[in-house]
Ligand binder design. Structure first.
Ligand SMILES: *Cc1c(COP(=O)(O)O)cnc(C)c1O
Length: 397
């Protein structure tokens, strides 16, 4: 809508209105796609003084701005900076807040490519990364040094699903002048209000639930008034511009984000509870269930749970039978990413990358992304998978 304050409206109403202005669009419901490099200026004065409304494709387009504005309003931030992918946003945010010689604290349960970015590229620029136990809470204060500039949280953790005590960590960080960055991809702003809980920069891989159809890549970083100009300066400096089509796809995803998340929540929770009763399963790591580390933080701070969770199997199955299960299910397909309409299954092995904590489980672990398929089909599919796991039958590929 044309700049009116819609924050008092219900969330589903807001999702229908954000990032579009029908009056400006000749009455068409959805905004048009603007893409391009050159923007013609009317006068030499405009050309020489950046005088026009738009100047050049990398600096801003109506399509990019529609998504930026929508996300800023939805998150309650001061501003949003987009990137061509979620990992792009993580890199952009860290480059904005960190200098050579700084020490940064990163959760040991973080998305693996974030870890590789810190240990690789950032290390090359003399930034020292220290990993912390995601259950640390206010004790993070003991790890803060005079050179610490950023605490990077991810809650729940990728693959292992630990919930962090975000209010406790942001409180300590504010007191000590350290910036907090949260990867909020799992919850989205609908299920966790990052900035209301004291987070300075909240990152969303819009590739997941916002896109919702596994057909686009985009990253969004919403920030406080203090951090936004730093992010924007990096964006301008390196010109990490998102694709116009993907911005439009993300805006389209926004309209049904609530519906799709609610459906994923319902199906995933039902499936998680069903899995808890299976004899092949040791533990279901779903934030809304008690077995999940940090479950109490989910109860206190979150408004819902999405459709991704992990399952630790009983010890004793062979690698071969685990592979048979992963390759044998027909609806749960093997593949990375999540947040689409299709169900996915992936093996996870936290032992391979953990450094600040140890992963205590010996049994194989898998992550499920629950899509929009019929629940009875999903259960039947996993039952088939368990038959492969227990060696009662073998998949025909
Ligand atoms: C997928 C993912 C990312 C990266 O998003 P891309 O758009 O695929 O680069 C970042 N964080 C989390 C938690 C993710 O699951």
């Amino acid at each position: 809508m044309g700049g009116e304050d819609i924050s008092s409206l219900g969330i589903t109403t807001q999702l229908t209105l954000l990032g579009r202005d029908t009056d400006e669009q000749y009455g068409f419901v959805n905004p048009p796609l603007y893409k391009g490099s050159t923007v013609i200026q009317k006068t030499v004065h405009e050309l020489e003084n950046n005088g026009g409304r738009y100047i050049y494709g990398t600096i801003g387009t109506p399509t990019i701005e529609n998504l930026e504005k929508a996300w800023t309003q939805l998150t309650g931030a001061s501003g949003t900076v987009l990137s061509p992918s979620g990992l792009g946003s993580i890199a952009l945010v860290l480059m904005s807040l960190v200098r050579a010689g700084d020490h940064i604290l990163i959760s040991d349960s973080v998305y693996q490519p974030t870890r590789e970015l810190c240990d690789g590229l950032l290390a090359k620029f003399n930034v020292v990364t220290e990993y912390y136990d995601p259950s640390i809470g206010s004790n993070i204060e003991k790890l803060i040094k005079s050179s610490t500039s950023v605490i990077f949280l991810e809650s729940p953790g990728s693959q292992t699903m630990e919930l962090q005590d975000i209010p406790a960590i942001t409180k300590v960080a504010r007191k000590r002048g350290v910036k907090t960055v949260l990867d909020n991809t799992w919850a989205t702003p609908l299920f966790f209000k990052a900035h209301a809980h004291g987070i300075d920069v909240s990152i969303e891989s819009g590739t997941k639930y916002l896109g919702g159809h596994s057909d686009l890549l985009i990253g969004l970083a919403s920030a406080t008034a203090e951090c936004f100009p730093l992010l924007r300066a990096t964006y301008d400096a390196i010109s990490m511009v998102p694709s116009a089509e993907d911005c439009l796809g993300a805006l389209k995803g926004l309209r049904t984000l609530h519906l799709r998340l609610k459906e994923a929540e319902k199906k995933a929770l039902a499936l998680a509870k069903w899995l808890q009763e299976r004899p092949e399963v040791l533990k279901v790591l779903h934030p809304a269930l008690k077995d999940c580390p940090g479950h109490d933080h989910w109860v206190k701070n979150y408004e819902g749970s999405s459709g991704v969770f992990s399952v630790v199997l009983q010890d004793g199955y062979t690698k071969e039978s685990f592979v048979h299960m992963l390759e044998g299910t027909k609806i749960f397909r093997l593949g990375f990413s999540w947040g689409g309409y299709e169900s996915l299954i992936t093996p996870v092995n936290p032992v391979e990358y953990r450094s600040a904590t140890t992963w205590g489980h010996k049994g194989f672990t898998m992550r499920l992304q629950v899509g929009l398929e019929d629940l009875s089909d999903l259960k039947r599919d996993l039952t088939l998978g368990f038959e492969y796991l227990t060696g009662h039958s073998k998949p025909r590929l």
